[in-house]
Design a binder for this molecule. Structure first.
Ligand SMILES: Cc1cc2nc3c(=O)[nH]c(=O)nc-3n(C[C@H](O)[C@H](O)[C@H](O)COP(=O)(O)OP(=O)(O)OC[C@H]3O[C@@H](n4cnc5c(N)ncnc54)[C@H](O)[C@@H]3O)c2cc1C
Length: 348
């Protein structure tokens, strides 16, 4: 019988959580270290949208990711006796005739049909948001209550493993030993804070700040997520999350008036109501220029690994990619070349 692997996971955001769950599922012993300062996973709105509206394309590998994530999140809901994963219809209010024509072309294609409803007279007549060019409804769209997902999964992981609530101290790491304990593998899942990791900070993970506001509105619909220039996610009792900004190469984590006004201006393309802003939050996404995650093993330290760079779509990507990574780590399966860190050179 093979020995149970002991693994140290650094960072309990979405990446570290999914990796830990997959490792425990494969009978590994997991120690998860986190400093409690999370700037992405717990700030995220948690929307899952199979389309990229800007280019009217399908999201990367969506046909693989969607079926897997539905089973993954529903299974964790059962295991943790909670409900954090919900379907939500998304309606795209077209910005121009050109965008509508793009959609009309794509909706005929077989590979888009699972995700696009055919535009009907009802979509042209839709009047719960400004709709001068008509609108299209997307299928297979979901959102997670990210705070509840975090709380429930952390408790579940701790039940089977160990959580160290502290700053990971790189000075206490010597070969495979951390604070005097020996681990078979060490996996770094630090989000944008990878910049402080001297083993992996050669990888081009760029910080992309994002801000989201919560508003109260009397006129917005509560049964659909409207999208044009911004997204609006209904949260019940006339509250809505609206966002988000993309502030490239920005590592600050405070909210700004400028971003609030920017989001409100975008919202004015959907409604004219003067809404009340009741909350504003900011976070930093770990993004990569080629828009693919960075996953794999250090070129010199063969037991040090990284799982990072989930960008703006972490909640769609993390479930299956964490499985693929654990299959690589435990069973020696090949990693998808598109995500493998070997696409970047480590120059001395
Ligand atoms: C405003 C905003 C909105 C978003 N909306 C969505 C959305 O709707 N849908 C979607 O799919 N994605 C969304 N995202 C993106 C999503 O949040 C990310 O893809 C994902 O959460 C990244 O997860 P991560 O675990 O890699 O990083 P993080 O969430 O940053 O987690 C890293 C963890 O490591 C810890 N850590 C780092 N260094 C150390 C150390 N030295 N010692 C101890 N702990 C350490 C940090 O404290 C943190 O808890 C959004 C992001 C933002 C900012």
């Amino acid at each position: 019988m093979s020995k149970k692997k002991s693994v140290l996971v650094v960072g309990a955001g979405l990446s570290g959580i999914c990796i830990s769950l997959q490792l425990q599922e494969n009978n590994c012993s997991v120690t998860l270290v986190d400093n409690g300062v999370n700037f992405s996973s717990r700030v995220a709105v948690g929307m899952i949208n199979p389309l990229v509206f800007r280019r009217m394309t399908k999201s990367w590998r969506v046909d693989d990711f969607l079926p897997y994530l539905k089973t993954f999140y529903s299974t964790i809901e059962k295991q943790t006796d909670s409900h954090f994963f919900f379907p939500v219809p998304i309606r795209r209010l077209f910005s121009s005739e050109q965008e509508r024509d793009f959609w009309l072309k794509k909706e005929k294609r077989e590979d888009f049909q699972p995700y696009m409803n055919k535009v009907s007279s009802e979509d042209y007549a839709y009047d719960q948001g400004k709709n001068p060019f008509g609108s299209g409804r997307v299928n297979e769209t979901f959102f997670l209550d990210t705070e509840l997902f975090y709380k429930k999964t952390i408790t579940y992981i701790e039940h089977k493993g160990i959580i160290l609530r502290e700053e990971f101290d790189f000075n206490s790491l010597k070969d495979n030993n951390y604070n005097g304990v020996k681990y078979d593998e060490i996996i770094f899942c630090q989000g944008y804070l990878n910049k402080d990791n001297s083993y992996f900070n050669y990888l081009p993970i760029d910080p992309t700040k994002g801000q989201v506001i919560t508003i109260k509105s009397k006129s917005l619909p509560e049964d659909v997520s409207l999208n044009r220039k911004c997204f609006i996610l209904p949260k019940g009792e006339q509250k809505f999350k609206v966002g988000s900004t993309y502030e490239w190469h920005n590592t600050t984590t405070h909210i700004t008036e400028e971003s609030k006004l920017h989001i409100l201006e975008n919202l004015s393309y959907i409604i004219d109501e003067k809404v009340e802003v009741i909350e504003q939050i900011a976070g930093v996404r770990p993004t990569v220029k080629d828009r693919r995650p960075v996953i794999g093993t250090h070129p010199e330290y063969k037991n040090y690994h990284i799982f990072n760079g989930l960008g703006a779509k972490g909640y769609m990507l993390a479930p299956l990619l964490s499985k693929e990574f654990v299959d690589y780590l435990i069973f020696g399966k090949e990693l998808d070349k598109e995500i493998d860190i070997r696409r970047f050179n480590k120059s001395e």
